[in-house]
Design a protein around this ligand. Structure first.
Ligand code: TEU
Ligand code: CA
Length: 561
């Protein structure tokens, strides 16, 4: 797909396990997704990204794949997947899969064969290395805690994993392994998927010498991302991947890329970039703590605004990124980016408007369209997420009390976004007739789809209008391709920008503050395109000039001269 074919699309991320359960086992499934396609169509969705649905032991919720050619039994069958593709197509909705190819599951046949014969050909699908004097080959810490190296039983070797020990990393230097992956990718493309969201992809390039780095934590280890940042040559692997797969099918690809070198942006998303697009995590990276979640800096509106503005300005020099508020790895945006007084329907609409109308491809995460929030977690046992358990341990080891460590996890846990979608006010929020695999956020009686369907003023109905505006014949072009121009940057608590092309100048202005504020408009307003609090207050009288008054949590989108 050329840029023109995807830069006006709106994408919706489904985390299947928590979307909708239709057989009472407490786990969302493909039939649940099929039954909600009309709902998504109605919302204005063009494309669905499915988090992994492949066969998996679910150590990391399906990001540990045991068979790339099979659907997880928990979710359904290949026939049901084909039905999902066909039903989506009828509605003009495309499906993209999650492509997890930096690592697989330790239950994958390749890894089992490698363990069975550590000198054989399958061992070279992975990184098997000899230890140093009874210790692991080097001092890298995995993303989920502990050493990146796990002993290979019966040998003096270790295998390498950047995530959980059940997620061995694949050796991309091995052409045979690469070919196996390419065949698999092409098989899915032949089936009719439109493309992929590509997991943790920058990690595929390893430094084969695995040099030690200066320890950066109490455990004496060093984050494995240091190798990612120091090694050269990931671009060659990504081009090889593209050439043998996506390019041939004109597929849409969105890379999950952290730790990229800034100067390489154009190579990633430029006209002939490695991917169609990558996610913009600039706002999310603001809460990277030096040692973990427990020392994550608190969010500050000015820093948030500055990060987004700078990122937008940078990106438009070469391509498009994908804009998100939240995803399955991040806490709910309403709880994270809005101050407490703004965690209301008005606040959710305001945040959504900014995200959807920025320059780039909007991705909406399931439940975002009704303003779902972080849950309240009462004990570490309530969590399922492997990363949350690790972060809890780190926080405790750093001296935080149980209560404090829980508070940290409550704020940052990936499980915040993984609680079931709140469909109605009935038992288990209408997600399942059985026992949900993870707790339902108790606020489902206040926040759920059914109630919002019936309320014209709801967050859900606002999102429908918002997406419709973005896709309307009149404004589609300017929102898809128009330039991003920041404005009112010196006004405390206001996030505002223009989207501009040869024909249109759109102003978006949002007041994140607690108090009412006024802005002196630079251009006369032609028309109110959207607002989240009823009538828009513009005073054009002579003494006022052209003044816009914004209440707390008010956002307006104006067509200007
Ligand atoms: O996420 C990659 C991931 O975990 C990053 O956030 C990583 O911690 C980062 O590179 C550190 O800077 C993906 C999936 O979205 C996630 O759900 C999986 O757990 C992970 O890969 C492993 O597949
Ligand atoms: Ca089910």
């Amino acid at each position: 797909m050329s840029r023109k074919q995807w830069n006006d699309k709106v994408v919706y991320q489904i985390y299947p396990k928590s979307f909708l359960d239709t057989n009472g086992d407490g786990i969302g499934d493909l039939r649940g997704i099929i039954s909600k396609l009309d709902y998504l169509k109605d919302l204005g969705i063009d494309m669905i990204w499915l988090s992994p649905i492949y066969k998996s032991p679910f150590v990391d919720q399906g990001y540990d794949i045991a068979d790339y050619y099979a659907i997880a039994e928990e979710f359904g069958t290949m026939e049901e997947f084909d039905k999902l593709l066909a039903e989506a197509k009828k509605r003009d909705i495309q499906i993209i899969m999650d492509l997890v190819i930096n690592h697989c599951s330790d239950q994958h046949e390749w890894f089992q064969k490698a363990l069975a014969d550590p000198e054989g050909e399958y061992a070279d699908y992975f990184f098997f290395r000899e230890g140093k004097d009874g210790n692991p080959p080097n001092n890298y810490r995995s993303y989920f805690g502990g050493s990146c190296w796990e002993p290979v039983p019966g040998t003096n070797k270790y295998y390498f994993h950047m995530f959980a020990k059940e997620q061995p990393d694949l050796n991309w230097e091995n052409p045979k392994l690469r070919q196996e992956l390419y065949d698999m990718i092409n098989w899915w493309l032949e089936k009719g998927v439109a493309g992929f969201r590509i997991d943790a992809i920058i990690n595929i390039k390893k430094d084969p010498t695995f040099p030690d780095f200066e320890p950066d934590g109490a455990d004496g280890l060093t984050g494995c991302w240091r190798m990612v940042e120091s090694v050269d040559g990931v671009g060659d692997l990504l081009e090889d991947l593209k050439k043998h797969t996506f390019q041939k099918y004109d597929a849409f690809t969105v890379g999950e890329v952290f730790n990229m070198r800034d100067e390489e942006l154009a190579e990633f998303i430029g006209e002939d970039g490695h991917f169609s697009t990558i996610f913009d995590f600039c706002a999310h990276n603001l809460s990277d703590g030096e040692h973990g979640w427990y020392d994550a800096p608190p969010l500050n509106f000015q820093r948030w605004r500055e990060a987004i503005v700078n990122s937008q300005l940078e990106i438009q020099n070469c391509g498009y990124e994908a804009n998100i508020i939240e995803n399955h790895d991040e806490p709910r945006g309403v709880s994270r980016f809005l101050p407490e007084y703004a965690r209301t329907p008005a606040g959710a609409k305001m945040l959504g408007t900014v995200s959807i109308l920025l320059r780039g491809i909007p991705f909406i995460y399931q439940g975002q369209e009704i303003g779902m929030q972080n849950a309240v977690w009462n004990s570490i046992e309530e969590y399922d997420d492997i990363s949350t358990k690790d972060q809890y341990r780190i926080a405790r080891e750093a001296g935080l009390s149980e209560k404090e460590a829980l508070e940290v996890c409550g704020r940052m846990s990936r499980d915040n976004a993984r609680t079931p979608v709140q469909w109605d006010a009935g038992e288990h929020a209408g997600f399942t007739e059985g026992t949900p695999w993870i707790k339902v956020n108790p606020n489902y009686k206040e926040i759920n789809v059914t109630d919002q369907e019936n309320d014209p003023d709801s967050v859900l109905n606002y999102y429908r209008r918002l997406i419709a505006v973005r896709k309307s014949p009149e404004y589609k072009e300017v929102f898809a391709s128009g330039k991003f121009v920041p404005v009112f940057e010196n006004t405390e608590s206001v996030m505002a920008f223009y989207r501009v092309d040869a024909h249109k100048r759109i102003l978006l202005a949002a007041n994140f503050g607690k108090e009412t504020t006024t802005l002196k408009l630079e251009y006369p307003m032609k028309k109110v395109i959207l607002s989240n609090q009823g009538s828009v207050n513009i005073d054009t009288s002579e003494h006022a000039g052209n003044t816009l008054t914004l209440r707390s949590c008010e956002v307006v989108v104006l067509d200007c001269e």
